[in-house]
Design a protein around this ligand. Structure first.
Ligand code: HEM
Length: 132
């Protein structure tokens, strides 16, 4: 078929989005990765967590489709050392938590799909990290 990795990942994201506990499960997985990460979210409510993940993934994926990167530049700035001070190595944990959650919620999950997700998100994540 003519579907690109980004198309396939978008479809997987759609299936995850229709699962009611996807975002809660991501946060549980992510904050469980390190006490330093949990500490960053002590004052964050669930609504803002969902905004972060819903908007964040969407921008990573649209960047992969070749769209404007202004939003990711902004995220790079908000997450940089002068802002939220998100250490570059924490993005690996973010990706691990996300992929564990996708594996749990996408009924069509495969290891190939896992690789596709990682490949599609990498350029956007590298861009965010480059602002640190
Ligand atoms: C806020 C996306 C990685 C911690 C946000 C917001 C978005 C976002 C859209 C809300 C807007 C803003 O504040 O700029 C992403 C994406 C990530 C990512 C797409 C991965 C590529 C991380 C990581 C951490 C983190 C690794 C580590 C702890 C936070 C915190 C906030 C935030 C603490 C503020 C929450 C609040 O409003 O209290 N992120 N983020 N993010 N992010 Fe991230």
């Amino acid at each position: 078929s003519g579907l690109t990795d980004a198309d396939i990942v978008f479809q997987s994201y759609g299936r995850c989005n229709s699962s009611a506990t996807f975002y809660d499960d991501f946060y549980e997985a992510f904050t469980g990765k390190s006490p330093a990460i949990a500490e960053k979210f002590v004052n964050t409510n669930m609504t803002r967590q969902q905004v972060m993940l819903r908007g964040g993934i969407k921008w990573l994926l649209t960047y992969a489709l070749g769209m404007l990167d202004a939003k990711l530049q902004e995220l790079g700035k908000s997450h940089s050392r002068g802002g939220l001070n998100i250490l570059p190595e924490w993005y690996d944990l973010w990706v691990e938590a996300l992929m564990e959650t996708v594996a749990k919620h996408d009924p069509k999950y495969t290891t190939e799909l896992d690789d596709q997700w990682r490949r599609v998100m990498k350029p956007g994540i590298d861009l965010i990290k480059s602002h640190y």
